[in-house]
Design a protein around this ligand. Structure first.
Ligand SMILES: C[S@@+](CC[C@H](N)C(=O)[O-])C[C@H]1O[C@@H](n2cnc3c(N)ncnc32)[C@H](O)[C@@H]1O
Length: 188
């Protein structure tokens, strides 16, 4: 089954209905196989462990593990940190079906480990993290959002109505005119 965010090239005319975008691992195994070669080098210089954040359908993990096996560079462990219960299930199904003999090396985490050595990968994940855009100007704080200007989109500053965001922004001594992201979900 296609992941929620994925559309096939044929769907592009109706992407709003079909999904959002297609990620490279969903298009071709070449992506995972290429990344695997880089990861093999990193593991050779550190330790044979991989941590993947936001593994989607599990396709990247499967393609990488298959290639690393071919290269004789299998990791001792392949950890996945995935917040979606549905995707976690899909990853388990895919990996169990495609690589049953390697399934024992894959584990699912509920939080980032305290320490980690090895190769960490995340494809199309950073832009999925929920952030607020904050603008420091004239000693005031505003939240920057997207508005419509005629037929195009534009940035628009608006009063900050989220107390937690205001508190977080007030802790940062930013110069006048500064714009930056704040991720409340990463606090703690
Ligand atoms: C756009 S998909 C990319 C999936 C996959 N990496 C790929 O390239 O096809 C974003 C992935 O990040 C996961 N994700 C989003 N926020 C996350 C978070 N805070 N921690 C871990 N995973 C997260 C989503 O559930 C999903 O698996």
């Amino acid at each position: 089954m296609r992941p929620d965010w994925a559309i096939t090239p044929r769907d592009r005319t109706s992407s709003a209905e079909a999904g959002d975008f297609t990620t490279a691992p969903e298009l071709s195994a070449l992506f995972g196989r290429t990344v695997a070669r880089q990861v093999a080098e990193i593991m050779a210089h550190s330790t044979p462990h991989i941590l993947e954040l936001g593994a989607g359908s599990g396709k990247l993990a499967a393609d990488m593990l298959a290639e690393l096996e071919q290269l004789g560079s299998l990791p001792d462990s392949y950890s996945i940190l995935e917040i979606s219960a549905d995707l976690r299930e899909r990853q388990q199904t895919l990996l169990r079906e495609r690589l049953p003999h390697l399934f024992g090396r894959v584990r699912w985490l509920d939080a980032l480990p305290e320490t980690f050595g090895g190769a960490m990968i995340a494809n199309e994940v950073l832009d999925a993290l929920p952030v607020h855009l904050v603008h420091w100007q004239d000693s005031a704080l505003s939240q920057r959002g997207v508005a419509i200007d005629g037929e195009s989109f534009c940035w628009q500053d608006r009063p900050m109505d989220d107390g937690d965001l205001l508190h977080a922004a007030q802790q940062i001594a930013a110069p006048d005119g500064y714009v930056s992201e704040i991720c409340l979900a990463s606090a703690g």
